[in-house]
Design a protein around this ligand. Structure first.
Ligand code: NI
Length: 181
């Protein structure tokens, strides 16, 4: 296991549609997921997608946290292979996002408030469930990475785009909202 360099916006891999993982139980996939989790924690971030470390595979890792204010809680995280999402209902929420591949910037992004997800764990188990709020936001942000989409593409109001410290200084965001996905 090792820390992996995170590629930044401009790298073509971030704009490619990533490839389905043929064998979610392959040891190489498990090792990659472990290294991605280490890298995410070290960054620190709350989510990371394989294209962000230069690997065009449909694999994400993420923290399991109910909301932003929980970022200091003990680490719980998971990997999700070949994740699929489906919105539940029509509700859209606006929320701040950042991205390890777009360092320092923050912007307000509309996301589905509730989603159903399914995918595979590295041990071969199929998982499915529902997520809402911040967890749903993380999932949508990370799965977008697998389709070559960055949060900037989802923004509706670029007047909200700015650097974390300046935004915080302007008191436009509450404490704990400077998480990177
Ligand atoms: Ni990101």
């Amino acid at each position: 296991m090792s820390l992996l360099p995170v590629v930044r916006m401009g790298a073509p891999v971030l704009r490619r549609v990533a490839t389905t993982v043929v064998d979610p139980t392959h040891p190489d996939i498990n090792a990659l997921a472990q290294s991605m989790m280490e890298t995410m924690v070290e960054a620190p971030g709350v989510g990371l997608a394989a294209p962000q470390i230069g690997s065009s595979l449909r694999l994400i890792v993420m923290r399991l946290i109910a909301d932003r204010s929980a970022v200091d809680e003990p680490l719980r995280m998971t990997a999700l292979i070949n994740p699929e999402l489906e919105p539940i209902g029509d509700a859209i929420e606006l929320g701040w996002e950042g991205c390890l591949s777009v360092p320092e910037l923050r912007g307000v992004v509309p996301r589905h408030a509730r989603i159903a997800y399914r995918g595979w764990l590295p041990d071969g188990r199929r998982v499915e469930g529902e997520a809402e709020g911040f967890q749903a936001r993380i999932l949508q942000h990370e799965v977008d990475h697998l389709d070559g989409i960055l949060y900037l593409d989802r923004m509706r109001d670029f007047a909200t785009l700015g650097y974390g410290p300046e935004i915080q200084a302007a008191a436009a965001v509450a404490q704990g909202e400077d998480t990177e996905l």
